[in-house]
Design a protein around this ligand. Structure first.
Ligand SMILES: CC(=O)Nc1cnc2ccccc2c1
Length: 445
């Protein structure tokens, strides 16, 4: 079996309870394959990154939404051969329902838009940060979960929506200290491929499947892509036409091949002109080979990449004007992107841009004698009611407490001692200035 997951080791045979010989074998302390724990240091980095996502969402005036990680499997059954639908983390629940751990966010968002239907006025600008799952054969050792920041604009048919989304992505990079010489955003439109398929009279119904195959360009060999296209029913002359057009990186050359009345060209020209006004032209570049790997995109698509070419796409998205109608709703134009939590961290590491996030505690309260534990509790509680983060420490030597104070970046050390207490006082050490003084408890703030 190529999935070592399925053949787990038999657990150690525990001694019978009450035998006094219980020698519980240590449980496996690792999280399930392909998943991660977030100990404090990693959690601080994750919270910092997600706070940046939230800040940019606020600045673009998007509203936060959320959905269950568990979804009906039906939401993700698509026939275009996408990797994401072939790796569904799916199962049958105890009620016999076919469910999945969601592999992406967009279908849930579409479902909620339809559910809210008439009760929300368009346009909607929604964002969420959510965990997504895939069931990968572990032979590839890739992760089975990641967190994605999603931004979607619902109900805006014009290219303004894509321009707003690119603005969000550029703002995020700028906030992290990443420049347009580190990262670029490749932009194209699936209407290019649509036009080429029409030129060769390839049936519309093959469009999504062809996009998913063409997205593999650069990941598998051209021969392999061409073979998959032929198998999908694309004629060999159409394959040649596709490969030729998708290698174009100038809008003018594209116009020369497709003619000037193609929607794709008008859309892209509009986007590049808006980019000038947003001031982010230097971030975006036309690249006809960009199609993205999700079946439901219908128009402009984009993905951010590191210009050194070391990493996978940092984020990606596009227009998906037909997704809601495939769920039986009226057609509602939509576009959005997903921004994963993994590649961006690799990029920040590469660029030396990871923030140094230490702990931060306001006050350490330490009773110098153990019979002062009650008094120390009162001091800590008083300070906490004032909103101070207080670390109440006891049973330690003073030397350890000083080192601990440094480790947690405490601002002050509050020592509760007998003699001071007799006079209703505590001793305060300000760690930054080494200043030391006594103060009345109720004057502590
Ligand atoms: C680099 C990485 O962790 N990628 C990743 C990890 N887990 C996923 C889970 C679902 C869909 C896409 C996923 C993508």
């Amino acid at each position: 079996r190529d999935d070592i997951d399925e053949v787990a080791e038999p657990p150690g045979v525990p001694s019978p309870p009450g035998s006094g010989r219980e020698t519980q074998q240590l449980i496996d302390v690792n999280p399930p394959r392909g998943t991660r724990d977030f100990p404090p240091e990693d959690m601080r980095l994750r919270n910092w990154l997600f706070q940046q996502f939230r800040e940019v969402s606020r600045i673009l005036s998007f509203e936060e939404v959320d959905f269950p990680v568990l979804e009906s499997e039906a939401l993700f059954i698509r026939k275009a051969g996408e990797e994401i639908t072939q790796q569904l983390y799916n199962f049958e629940d105890k009620g016999g329902r076919r469910v999945v751990l969601r592999p992406e966010i967009t279908p849930s968002l579409a479902r909620l838009v339809i559910k809210q239907g008439k009760s929300v006025s368009l346009p909607l600008k929604w964002f969420t940060i959510g965990q997504c799952w895939r069931y990968e054969r572990m032979t590839r050792g890739r992760r089975r979960e990641h967190y994605q920041w999603n931004m979607d604009i619902i109900g805006v048919p014009r290219v303004r929506a894509e321009a707003e989304l690119v603005n969000a992505i550029v703002l995020l990079f700028e906030r992290l200290g990443i420049t347009s010489s580190d990262v670029g955003i490749r932009v194209s439109s699936r209407k290019v491929l649509q036009a080429v398929l029409q030129m060769y009279a390839i049936p519309e119904r093959l469009f999504a499947e062809v996009c998913v195959i063409v997205d593999k360009l650069g990941k598998i060999t051209n021969e392999e892509v061409e073979k998959e296209l032929i198998i999908a029913g694309v004629t060999s002359e159409a394959v040649k036409g596709i490969v030729e057009v998708l290698s174009l990186t100038s809008l003018d050359k594209l116009e020369a091949v497709l003619g000037s009345d193609v929607e794709a060209i008008a859309d892209l020209k509009k986007l590049f002109s808006l980019a000038e006004h947003y001031g982010y032209s230097q971030w975006i570049t036309f690249d006809a080979s960009i199609v993205r790997g999700l079946a439901y995109y219908t128009g402009i698509v984009f993905e951010a990449f590191d210009r050194e070419g070391k990493l996978r796409a940092i984020c990606g998205g596009g227009r998906y004007d037909r997704l809601l109608s495939t769920f039986g709703s009226d057609d509602i134009p939509a576009c959005g992107f997903g921004f994963g939590d993994a590649v961006i961290v690799e990029l920040l590491k590469e660029k030396g841009l990871l923030p140094d996030l230490g702990r931060q505690v306001d006050d350490i309260v330490f009773p110098l004698d153990e019979e002062l534990e009650g008094q120390a509790s009162m001091v800590a509680s008083t300070l906490r009611r004032k909103g101070h983060s207080v670390d109440l420490v006891e049973e330690k030597r003073l030397k350890w407490v000083f080192k601990h104070a440094e480790r947690v970046n405490a601002s002050r050390l509050i020592l509760v001692g007998n003699s001071e207490w007799q006079r209703g006082m505590v001793r305060v050490k300000v760690l930054s200035t080494r200043e030391e003084y006594e103060t009345k408890i109720d004057e502590l703030n």
